[in-house]
Design a protein around this ligand. Structure first.
Ligand SMILES: *Cc1c(COP(=O)(O)O)cnc(C)c1O
Length: 381
């Protein structure tokens, strides 16, 4: 452990849970289906290389990220497995991708023509099909066929994969996903031969649709132990182990008189004598102002945030006198109580994905195995 931190706020990342989630997915899918661990966006806020390595060690075949820089970061970290960039890359960066054996996503002939001028080594390409997401991808069999012909005609281009992405796989009504799947099947049905990787499923589809696995799946959110949607939660085929906890400690505790004010705007007024604690976390940590009123766990009990959340601190109403230094859990378990990321997502009217992604880079990540700290990552030092 060579990096430390000097504040009482951190995110704890349980790498055993990453491993367990990967192994449960591997058990859930047939042996011939490969799993790509989606580690874009700093592994949904959990830490790129630590999660990537844990997932690969537990049996993931490769990784998927959003853009080339993320892939290069993983290569720099010494990861040599397949890495697929799911989003757009610039054609002039094709040479860099080839150099680092990073697979890219393509969907226009113009991109290929431009990229061919920048490629002097084998470049692995996955063709994206837009079957109803309306984001990126070729729209029909004709376009797919043409683009694969351009790829096959170029000496350095290698047609490595074909894929699509579901818009509604996390909804219990499967009608729209059925249509997308049918469209994808019909599109790839026109190809003279299938590439090495054929994939369509995100976490939700991998968990729910045995008919959409093809030979590869792309698992993101549930790698982190989170359900793809609230409505899917009762239908999960195995228990997901939540990976991230957000923790802090009380840095100040005081008893306030009736009618005293707390925080900016002096919007909170104590009712009676109240015990008020201060936490060293604020909106610059991703603990945003809309979380006012949210509860945190102290001594295994819930305590509400009172007054406005500041940039670096916020205040809570305590059930009584509590010692300074007492541990506080903002996301995760403490005693018999649990605040899941989903509770914050509900409070913020968003999804759990956004909750873990919004935890700022300045919050150190503490990695654990078997309950012991194995690594600390602090982007400030
Ligand atoms: C982010 C992403 C995924 C992972 O989705 P989850 O719902 O997090 O499992 C899969 N495929 C594509 C194309 C993505 O952009």
């Amino acid at each position: 452990m060579d990096t430390l931190f000097f504040r009482d706020t951190w995110a704890e990342i349980n790498l055993d849970h990453v491993s367990e989630n990967v192994m449960n997915f591997k058990t859930h899918i047939p042996d011939n289906v490969k799993m790509l661990a989606v580690v874009k966006a700093n592994a949904y806020g959990h830490g790129y290389e630590q999660v990537a390595k844990a997932a690969l060690d537990a049996g993931a075949h490769g990784l998927a990220v959003a853009f080339l820089d993320e892939a290069l970061l993983l290569r720099k970290a010494g990861i040599h497995t397949p890495i697929l960039v799911l989003g757009a890359s610039r054609p002039e960066d094709a040479g860099t991708a080839a150099e680092h054996r990073v697979s890219l996503t393509v969907y226009t002939r113009e991109w290929l023509e431009e990229a061919s001028l920048h490629t002097r080594k084998r470049l692995n390409l996955h063709v994206k099909c837009d079957t109803g997401m309306g984001r990126i991808g070729v729209k029909d069999s004709q376009e797919l066929l043409e683009i694969t012909e351009v790829i096959n005609a170029h000496e350095h281009f290698h047609f490595e994969g074909v894929f699509t992405h579901f818009a509604t796989a996390d909804e219990l009504d499967e009608t729209y996903a059925d249509t997308q799947l049918e469209t994808f099947r019909s599109m790839i049905g026109q190809l003279p031969h299938l590439p090495e990787y054929v994939h369509s499923s995100n976490s939700a589809a991998t968990l729910r649709r045995k008919d959409a696995l093809f030979n590869t799946v792309r698992v993101g959110i549930s790698l982190y132990g989170l359900t793809p949607s609230r409505e899917m939660q009762p239908h999960l085929p195995f228990e997901l182990k939540e990976v991230l906890s957000l923790k802090t400690k009380l840095i100040h505790v005081k008893e306030m008189d009736e009618g005293e004010k707390v925080s900016y705007g002096a919007t909170y007024e104590t009712g009676n004598k109240e015990w008020i604690g201060t936490l060293p976390i604020g909106y610059a940590d991703g603990w945003i102002r809309k979380l006012q009123g949210q509860e945190v766990l102290i001594g295994g009990r819930r305590a509400p945030i009172v007054g406005r959340i500041c940039m670096d601190q916020c205040m809570v109403r305590l059930p009584g006198p509590v010692k300074t230094g007492e541990p506080v859990t903002l996301i995760g378990r403490q005693g018999d109580e649990h605040i899941p990321a989903d509770e914050l997502a509900d409070k913020l009217d968003t999804i759990n994905y956004e909750v873990t992604c919004m935890i700022a880079a300045r919050v150190p990540r503490v990695y654990t195995r078997g309950g012991a700290v194995v690594e600390v990552s602090n982007h400030l030092l």
